[in-house]
Write a protein that binds this ligand. Structure first.
Ligand code: VG1
Ligand code: CO
Length: 543
């Protein structure tokens, strides 16, 4: 085997964010940029004799990056790489394969919902042996290494044919091109009542539509929902993964999944609609003319978990990210189980899942999942909802409204201000930070501040502490306003403002969300002076 050691100089900007390293494609195309980061990952591991999982969401540069990483894996002593067919592995499928074959870990190439193509974004993340995103101590080690790296190792070899299943070799290392869907589908089949869902989907009185947004879930949804579960050809829209996602923005929300939204809010709306993001870990759930917020979805999944075979014995606990609404907390309280509040990003759920303290996890950002893998899982959430619908024989809207009547409704919305100048965004955060200590007891109309802090989290399993995870302002009636800067953007800064209020009164649970949150929206602007500090008079995206 011809191992070459190539001299390189460090880049200063290879710090992984909320979910791996994300940059413009052009950044990754700079000489040695990808190689430096991959070698920094390998240098933080004991690779010799190990197996690696490798795949991505199919975006532009996926195939090129895979060829480079394969040759570097061989040079660094891996004995086997399991790579997805055509380079495709959704994030949840990669997590599944890592766990099933007990590999050292995996590399997932994705910038999730960020647009792709030559002018779009690319990304790379490392997942550890439990199948989950590398925890902070690992990402910090990778970043530290990237700042001093002076060489990387690569084998001179021909490219691997990713279009044909089976094994070949680079030097001593076996490259195994695996079916991207098989292992994942088998796992889904072991969790849900496929027969019952099949019955519903093949009956004449239930119709659904799934939008894969030209991203990675196409092949998964076609195989599982259209074929195995009998929904039939045509149920999955935009099912062929494209390198630029058909110039779309593969983010399953009311703004970017507008094709699906039009169908579900149109005249001949089906009973159920769902979409997933670039790498398949997010989900949006729609009923006929009805949108389910991701926070409500988590709570409803938890409340109905016993209807699903894999969770029929009950759940141990729930975990949600800090900005996610407290709807799940109410379900946990009613069930007498714990609800954990973690910082944003799936990596913080790993320890709770491993320790069996939480069974279900969720984030307001259209992420839901469970202990079946260690990533959020878009199709899993869709199947969970289908299983609930099949078992309860009610509409999505009926199920959600009944849930509100039982537990109360947590009105919820997120306002994003994208591409804010980074200095201005930091100034805004510093200004709020400065007034935080003086807010307690302060009254804004009917709202009185109960607490205000910058969220810090102590992991109950390994006691690691993560500080500065977002500013929380809680009011005496349980309402909250949260301010955070995104850790996944690639241009300027994105300010996220999360708004939540609680309504127990059944007569007041049907107000339009922005209207219900109107006072809090104004208070958020008063506290953060958003318009003045960002120079923007309204959010760029409201979800
Ligand atoms: C966003 C979401 C967060 C999610 C992360 C990765 O992070 O808010 O909840 O875990 O994206 O999701 P941020 O730092 O931009 O707010 V994914 O589907 O992009 O892997
Ligand atoms: Co994603």
């Amino acid at each position: 085997m011809d191992i070459r050691t190539v001299a390189t100089t460090p880049f200063t900007d290879q710090k992984p964010g909320t979910s791996g390293l994300r940059k413009a494609v052009t950044a990754f195309q700079k000489p040695h940029y990808l190689e430096n980061f991959v070698q920094s990952i390998f240098d933080s591991l004991e690779c010799v004799g190990q197996t690696l999982v490798l795949g991505g969401d199919g975006r532009y540069y996926n195939r090129q990056a895979i060829q480079v990483i394969l040759k570097m894996a061989a040079a660094n002593g891996f004995v086997r790489v399991k790579v997805g067919h055509r380079g495709i592995l959704s994030t949840p499928a990669a997590s599944c394969v890592i766990r099933k074959y007990k590999t050292l870990g995996g590399i997932i190439l994705s910038a999730s919902h960020n647009p792709g193509g030559p002018n779009g974004d690319f990304g790379i993340k490392y997942n550890i042996g439990n199948g989950g995103p590398a925890p902070e101590k690992v990402t910090e080690a990778i970043y530290a290494r990237s700042k001093v790296i002076d060489s990387y190792k690569i084998v001179d070899a021909n490219d691997i044919n990713l279009d044909t299943l089976g094994e070949s070799k680079i030097g001593n290392m076996i490259v195994e091109v695996i079916d991207s869907v098989h292992d994942y589908q088998e796992l889904m089949e072991s969790l849900f009542d496929f027969d019952r869902i099949h019955q519903m989907l093949t009956s004449s009185n239930f119709k659904m539509s799934f939008d894969a947004m030209h991203a990675v879930t196409g092949p998964y949804a076609r195989s599982i929902i259209e074929q195995r579960l009998g929904a039939g050809v045509g149920c999955v829209q935009n099912g062929v993964p494209l390198e630029d996602f058909g110039s779309g923005h593969p983010d399953p929300n009311l703004v970017y999944a507008h094709d699906l939204v039009e169908i579900l809010f149109g005249e001949y709306a089906p009973d159920f609609g769902a979409a997933s993001d670039g790498d398949g870990d997010r989900n949006m759930i729609l009923g006929r003319k009805f949108f389910v917020t991701p926070s409500d979805s988590l709570a409803i999944i938890a409340a109905n978990a016993k209807l699903v075979p894999a969770y029929s014995q009950g759940i141990k606990g729930i975990a949600r990210s800090m900005p996610t609404s407290q709807a799940a907390d109410r379900v946990a309280a009613a069930m007498g189980i714990d609800c954990y509040e973690t910082p944003t990003g799936w990596k913080f759920f790993g320890n709770l899942l491993d320790a069996d303290k939480a069974t279900l996890c969720g984030e307001e950002s259209f992420g839901t999942g469970s202990n079946h893998i260690r990533e959020k899982d878009g199709l899993w959430a869709v199947l969970f909802w289908l299983n609930i619908l099949a078992a309860r024989q009610k509409s999505v809207e009926e199920i959600v409204r009944e849930h509100w009547q039982t537990y109360g409704r947590n009105y919820y919305s997120r306002h994003d201000y994208e591409e804010v100048d980074s200095d201005r965004a930091n100034t805004l955060v510093n200004k709020i930070q400065a007034i935080l200590p003086n807010l307690k007891g302060k009254k804004y109309g009917a709202y009185e501040v109960d607490y205000s802090d910058n969220f810090s989290y102590k992991d109950p399993i390994d006691n690691s502490v993560s500080t500065n995870q977002g500013i929380r302002i809680g009011f005496t009636d349980g309402s909250r306003i949260i301010f955070r800067l995104s850790g996944t953007g690639t241009q300027g800064a994105t300010l996220r403002v999360y708004l939540e209020s609680y309504e127990a009164d059944k007569a007041k649970q049907n107000i339009e969300t922005q209207q219900a949150l109107g006072d809090l929206i104004n208070i958020a602007d008063e506290i953060a002076q958003i318009k003045e500090n960002t120079g923007m008079d309204k959010p760029t995206v409201i979800t």
